[in-house]
Ligand binder design. Sequence first.
Ligand code: NAD
Length: 487
Amino acid sequence: MQRFQYYIDGEFLDGEARFQSIDPATGDVWAEMPEARDADVDRAVDAAEKALYEGPWAKMTATQRGKLLYRLADLVAANARKLAELETRDTGKIIRETSAQIAYVADYYRYYAGIADKIEGSYLPIDKPDMDVWLRREPVGVVAMVVPWNSQLFLSAVKIGPALAAGCTMVVKASEDGPGPLLEFARLVHEAGFPAGVINIITGFGPSCGAVLGRHPKVAHIAFTGGPGTARHVIRNSAENLASTSLELGGKSPFIVFADADLESAANAQVAGIFAATGQSCVAGSRLIVEASVKDAFLSILKRKAEAIRIGSPLDMATEVGPLATKRQQDHVTALLEKSIASGARLITGGQKPDGVGYYFPPTILDCDGVNSPSLAEEFFGPVLSVVSFESEAEALRLANDTRYGLASGVFTQNLTRAHRLMKGIRAGVVWVNTYRAVSPIAPFGGFGLSGHGREGGLAAALDYTRTKTIWLRTSDDPIPDPFVMR
Ligand code: NAD
């Protein structure tokens, strides 16, 4: 069995306790993980604070910080295969997806490496004589980063990259489900030569590790990705230390198809939009909103494509859909599907949890027209697509916005003016037109409403890890007069 350690203050440690990690493709234990509780969380945060104010990191120029980030990016690229295999093994995300995603993670680090020495302060044209006033941009402080199991290397890169560019130090908490790849990534951090304490990587459970970290008095900012329910705990915890928060949460993203769209192309995007990562994706296009006149034609293409998907071992390059990450996730998908069918939703394909080992669930499509199905409102975080149809553009927009989430959305149409109206009208942080699921380090990403607040990606994300300090300098050599002597 493989044993992992976590990384605190430049050292690899076994942790206060240990727990077992399960291979979702077989249901067997395959690795042992270190579990951080209060004492190790304290140690990690203390190390991060010391590195922020006293260590060599504090004295480095922004350009030197950028060079370290470039080195880390190169190491991620060179080790992408190994990291991808680990992520696949520990979370069940298929190797095709982890390989491509981790190769791209290196580009996120490169992007923020370049930004490190482009974060500038400013000089203010102040309204007083003999006074110079500047704004300095300084690192916000020690950052707590908490991520869920899916795509941990990616979800942490979009936090670690900008935070390092800004000069912060950090404690990253990997999910208790599949922490292996992030703990392995710590070895690359070490090899890249970051000073001890700058990046600490631990794992543990929500209440005994994540919550302890989030409310720690030395934490200045919490960058969280996960579900909205957990995010409420994160905010409550931040009431203790008054840390700022950025929250990347779930979604129930609309995927709108108009009759004039290229249906074959839209169907390919929809299949990737909902079945990639076995649906365990915050941007999953899980609500198909299709024009009534092409509903049957579009669903028959989708059904054919869904039924042709190769389900299998996530480590096999030919596999297109692997298992869900945990038994808990498989049970959740099964229960929400049963509830939706009981409400009147009709199964078009899939729906049957297969016999045998592993937490598999087949690509599933539900016709929800005329039904108040819970599948239209609640996040499966699994491979289940809910379908409704519309007669007019206004109805399509109303259905798209009929959600408390607001993360992503897709619009498929050849009509340019309609596309413009919808991109303005849809209430979501990302609108993809005639495409879906495109991301880039250069493009900000984040949600509205229950999908959270704050943006990851882009220059502004690095500025979010800074705070300004206002400096006043009196330039006159005249003595300051005694304020209590009347003149
Ligand atoms: P989760 O909210 O259960 O857990 C996320 C992390 O929070 C884990 O590391 C967990 O240990 C930690 N945690 C749990 N309780 C905590 C507490 N009280 N205080 C602090 N930390 C705590 O999420 P999950 O079920 O692992 O992941 C699925 C969710 O993540 C979905 O809702 C999905 O949409 C969302 N997600 C969002 C994005 C995005 O970028 N918007 C990306 C991926 C996943």
